[in-house]
Ligand binder design. Structure first.
Ligand SMILES: NC(=O)c1ccc[n+]([C@@H]2O[C@H](COP(=O)([O-])OP(=O)(O)OC[C@H]3O[C@@H](n4cnc5c(N)ncnc54)[C@H](O)[C@@H]3O)[C@@H](O)[C@H]2O)c1
Length: 261
């Protein structure tokens, strides 16, 4: 499939892992990309990577949970382009905790960063997407919106809610020529997965040993790479997906298809 985003504008949240790779991928396909992240060091590294390849990528410090910050990002994009063809919401946080040991502060922050942000970026950037005469929003959800591990209540709640938000937005936004879909990745090699590997490690296992265990639980026999999610994101943002809206795409190597017994 040939995808060409020449002349298109994309906004992507998250400056590491899946968001970073998606932003660079869209830029390599010709898009003018605005990347947003909260971590100054990750932002700097992302900007260096993009500049090293000569890509049209601007990295901005944004807290996706903060309205003023998202509005400032939106104003930056509006000032430079006046329209937006693709919005990818990949920024998120995860911690491990049951309902008993998740504090109200942890709960609220997870909802704000993982779920409210999907509303907030879509809300603030909506006029730019309407002005584009055809746009695509992709929320990065998770297999944990479909099925759950132990001690991920807050994270799983946000990811399940993203699926419902995706359907509701797809219905509303269709009239404005805006398609809305989500992706539910399985284990993808990113800093977040390294955090999970360290948190879940037993018997002093290394991150690589944990990754090997994660790989074995995916029927395809490996964990995913950001390139796997970027390919799906590019497809969903392209005209080839013109009849696809309200969908959740599993990019999980068969993880959720397999019974655990
Ligand atoms: N890696 C996986 O195995 C996996 C699996 C399923 C779903 N996901 C989802 O994929 C998405 C990307 O995760 P990733 O694996 O690339 O992890 P990651 O930690 O590399 O990326 C998350 C990014 O979000 C940024 N961020 C966090 N809080 C922010 C805030 N308030 N404002 C702006 N940016 C903020 C972080 O700085 C980081 O760059 C997330 O939505 C995650 O839930 C990942």
């Amino acid at each position: 499939m040939h995808i060409d985003f020449t002349g298109k504008v994309a906004a992507v949240t998250g400056t590491s892992g899946i968001g970073l790779d998606a932003g660079l991928h869209l830029a390599r396909l010709g898009a003018r990309v605005f990347l947003a992240g909260i971590d100054a060091e990750l932002n700097r590294a992302a900007a260096e990577m993009a500049a090293g390849e000569g890509l049209a990528v601007t990295v901005q410090h944004v807290d996706v949970a903060d309205e003023a910050s998202v509005r400032a990002w939106s104003a930056e994009i509006a000032g430079e382009t006046g329209h937006l063809h693709a919005l990818v919401n990949a920024a998120a946080i995860q911690f491990y905790g049951s309902i008993e040991d998740t504090t109200p502060e942890m709960w609220d922050r997870t909802i704000a960063v993982n779920l409210r942000s999907c509303y907030l970026t879509s809300h603030c950037l909506y006029p730019l997407m309407k002005a584009a005469n055809g746009a695509s929003i992709v929320h990065i959800s998770s297999v944990q919106g479909h099925a759950s591990q132990n001690r991920v209540a807050a994270y799983a709640a946000t990811k399940g809610a993203v699926h419902a938000l995706t359907r509701a937005m797809a219905v509303d936004c269709a009239a404005d020529g805006i398609r809305v879909n989500s992706i539910s990745p399985g284990s993808v090699r990113t800093p977040l997965l390294e955090f999970s590997a360290r948190e879940l490690a037993t018997d002093g296992k290394s991150v690589d040993e944990m990754f090997a265990e994660f790989a074995a639980s995916h029927p395809v026999g490996r964990i995913g790479m950001p390139a796997d999610t970027s390919a799906m994101i590019a497809y969903l943002c392209s005209d080839s997906a013109g009849f696809v809206t309200g969908a959740d795409m599993l990019v999980d190597g068969g993880l959720t298809s397999q019974l655990g017994v």
